[in-house]
Design a binder for this molecule. Structure first.
Ligand code: ADP
Ligand code: ZN
Ligand code: ZN
Length: 732
């Protein structure tokens, strides 16, 4: 037999299919195999098997090895990978990577064994100590430790008593070692007793509507706390009962443990978690549990849409408006698009849920493309918390230079003295956003990027939030040598420090990218907060979404208008969404909630719509602006981003691309709403200069996209790269 194989090579620009021969009948389309390639052996995916080859039979080489008995790809995921390659304009090899846990490639992780040490059963403890040399103190300690504590991880023993001592004791037969397969169960111990609730009438209506509609996609517009999660659980239950599987997506890794907890409570171990924060081994095990059908519910962030489940019955995308559902690196896919493919393939339903739907989704609901469900009230009929605007311009005039308004401080006092909890939100990690010289005004910048550096007090360094570069904190201006430096813009680290000064007794935790680096970092912080071992949680947008803490009665939003000033057509939408989301964390249970929203632009209409929770008013205005200005969802934004370490070369390539694309522009003039060539907003990133050709084209013109792609591909050479992006989440 012969197999068509796509080899896993990083820089294979083209998708050549290579033929190999095989005899092993376990090899099928979707299998991962090891094949000879040039002088090396590489991994590849079988995309097709056949009885006769196209290539010269004599020269076809055989498959060397079948990597796993169960094919990594199903018929569906193979088809989906082709769809991704075609619609995202990437190679098949690259599209495959979305589907496999990275550690599976190159065989980095297989089953995991852990070595344990214990005292030999052949000798008594007295016999062992008697035969140990008097000078072998470390060996004696190790042996005594085992006598007291019993079976212990070998690695721990070696760390504690030294490798040579422990090895010597093993060699002499005093310590015996056994290998045990370690079960990697992420978030073990979070299982809870299931507490099924009876659905409210509204919830039942929603479930029925989703099950009975002939539309693939349903949009639930439900305020925070309206019981969307319970609807999701019910739908998943229904899918499982019909013998199908489910995919449940949340926007942030931080939210996956919480969702997993609810799913485990309800469905036990058939829920599996897929996310990048797990250890390599855990991810591998969870992936295989899903692939083999042992687990039936995949939960995770964006990338879990590629979960290896078969026969999916329901796909749920919670907080569907969230920007994280669009991938920012190649393959640049939109999660909803992938979900649609899978839903159509399996006859499944998709549910999008949000308290602030994206204007794009809401338009589709309005047009009747989506089934529409509205949940205007919270389950407990509690009103949404009052949002008070604090005018920070007035605060400054009054001489208040702290990050907190008087209103927020007094609310905090009341909240804490009542034994309640508060969440303080701001979208800036670090201590100060910038470091500025007061003499010459110079702002410290990254050497590799055209962006300012953020001061991180904890490790006294300046960090570039774009490339991750770390610099030593300066003591004098690098331009003029002045020692008079000032901090510009407040970050979470500083907020914690200032809060601690104001409330010395309060227990404060910070949740941002810096404090959640470790695998279960999010989970630990949130658990502490949930257990009320913490009074104030300070954080970035990680604290904004989804969490349900009954004792939170106050939310402070420190920089509500920050995102308003971004030059991005979605900035109003994002601001509105963010305020609604963060505010929704307050007053979820019996206690009334309160929100203080600090701003330097208190008259802004978006803020006023947000404090009234007037989504529909916001939407009506926003959609008419988008229509009038020909922005998405009425057009697609298409960008060709050109980057290169050599500014001149990158610019030349950009100009060449621009003039080629001009031909397409001329041909399809009536479909173009904008066509221009310019520097990218961030001119330099990671040592590369950036230029762009920016276009706005009538919605859904894949044909034009394809032509554009056809023209630019050849410019990827000589240190210059040119990408095609459609509706990128980030227009930096
Ligand atoms: P959302 O996801 O819309 O923000 P949740 O699903 O988290 O809302 O529900 C808010 C609260 O209401 C949760 O504490 C949840 O346990 C509770 N809840 C949801 N549905 C019901 C129900 N049918 N009966 C009683 N409590 C419910
Ligand atoms: Zn200076
Ligand atoms: Zn940088």
């Amino acid at each position: 037999m012969f197999a068509d194989v796509i080899v896993d090579i990083a820089h294979s620009e083209t998708d050549r299919i290579f033929e190999y021969s095989f005899e092993d009948s376990r090899i099928v389309a979707g299998s991962r195999v090891l094949v000879p390639f040039g002088k090396k052996n590489v991994e590849g995916i079988v995309i097709n098997v056949k009885s006769s080859p196209v290539y010269d039979k004599e020269r076809i080489r055989p498959v060397l090895d079948l990597l796993e008995e169960t094919p990594a790809f199903s018929e569906e995921t193979l088809a989906l990978s082709r769809y991704v390659a075609e619609t995202c304009f990437v190679s098949r090899a690259l599209s495959f990577r979305l589907f496999l846990p990275s550690e599976m490639r190159k065989g980095r992780v297989r089953e995991q064994f852990v070595a344990f040490a214990e005292l030999t059963k052949d000798l008594s403890f007295e016999e062992i100590t008697a035969s140990l040399n008097k000078t072998a103190i470390r060996q004696k300690q190790a042996v005594s430790y085992l006598q007291e504590n019993g079976k212990t991880k070998l690695s721990f023993l070696r760390e504690t008593f030294g490798v040579s001592a422990v090895n010597a004791a093993i060699d002499k037969g005093f310590i015996s070692v056994t290998e045990e397969k370690r079960l990697r169960e992420p978030y073990k111990g979070m299982e809870e007793i299931a507490c099924g609730v009876d659905l409210t009438e509204k919830q039942t209506e929603a479930v029925n509507s989703i099950n009975n509609t002939d539309k693939t996609v349903s949009l639930i517009f439900g305020v925070t706390g309206s019981g969307k999660t319970e609807i999701y659980l019910n739908l998943i239950d229904g899918a499982l009962k019909r013998g199908k599987t489910a995919i449940m997506l949340v926007p942030e890794i931080a939210l996956t443990p919480q969702m997993l907890k609810q799913l485990r409570a309800r469905f036990g171990s058939v829920a599996a978690i897929l996310h990048s924060g797990l250890s390599a081994g855990e991810r591998y095990d969870e992936w295989w549990r899903l692939r083999t059908g042992e687990a039936k519910i995949a939960i995770g962030a964006r990338s879990a849409i590629f979960a290896p489940v078969e026969d999916v019955g329901i796909i749920i995308i919670d907080e569907e408006h969230d920007g994280s559902y669009v991938s920012e690196s190649a393959p640049r896919y939109d999660t909803v698009d992938i979900a649609l493919f899978r839903a159509k393939y399996n006859g499944a339903k998709i549910v999008l849920g949000s308290a602030t739907p994206s204007v794009e989704s809401f338009l589709k609901a309005e047009n009747g493309e989506y089934n529409y469900i509205e949940l205007p009230d919270r389950i407990n009929k509690k009103p949404l918390p009052d949002i008070e605007i604090a005018d920070m311009r007035k605060e400054v005039r009054r001489g208040n230079n702290s990050p907190f308004s008087a209103a927020l401080v007094s609310e905090l006092k009341e909240c804490l003295s009542g034994g309640n909890q508060a969440i303080i939100f701001l979208n800036q990690r670090g201590y100060s956003k910038t470091v500025v010289c007061t003499e010459c005004g110079h702002v410290q910048k990254c050497e590799a990027c055209d962006v300012s550096l953020t001061y991180h007090k904890e490790d006294d360094s300046l960090l570039c939030h774009y490339c991750g570069a770390k610099y030593k904190m300066i003591t004098a201006c690098t331009e003029c040598g002045s020692k008079f430096l000032k901090y510009g813009g407040v970050g979470t680290e500083r907020v914690v420090a200032e809060l601690q000064k104001l409330f010395p007794e309060a227990r404060i935790l910070r949740m941002d990218r810096d404090t959640t680096q470790t695998k279960e970092g999010h989970f630990k912080i949130l658990s502490k907060f949930a257990a009320r071992d913490c009074d104030i949680l300070v954080g970035t947008q990680m604290v904004a979404k989804g969490h349900d803490f009954p004792f939170v009665t106050l939310v402070g939003i420190l920089d509500a208008d920050m995102s308003l000033h971004f030059a991005d057509y979605r900035s109003s939408e994002r601001t509105f969404g963010l305020i609604t989301q963060v505010a929704g964390r307050s007053g979820r249970a019996d206690k009334a909630g309160k929100v203080v929203l600090q701003t330097y632009s208190p008259d802004n209409f978006v803020l006023h719509q947000a404090i009234r929770y007037d989504y529909k008013g916001f939407y009506a205005r926003e959609i008419s602006v988008r229509k009038a200005t020909a922005f998405p969802p009425f057009t697609d934004i298409v960008r060709v981003l050109v980057q290169g370490a050599d500014e001149e070369l990158a610019l030349m390539a950009t100009k060449a691309i621009y003039s080629e694309l001009q031909q397409i522009y001329t041909e399809y003039k009536e479909n173009f709403k904008f066509f221009g060539c310019m520097k990218a907003p961030i001119k330099k990133l990671q040592g590369k200069f950036r230029f762009q050709v920016l276009m706005r084209i009538d919605k859904g013109r894949r044909d034009i996209m394809k032509e554009i792609y056809g023209r630019i591909e050849k410019y990827n050479k000589g240190g210059v790269s040119a990408y095609l992006e459609m509706n990128p989440n980030n227009l930096n």
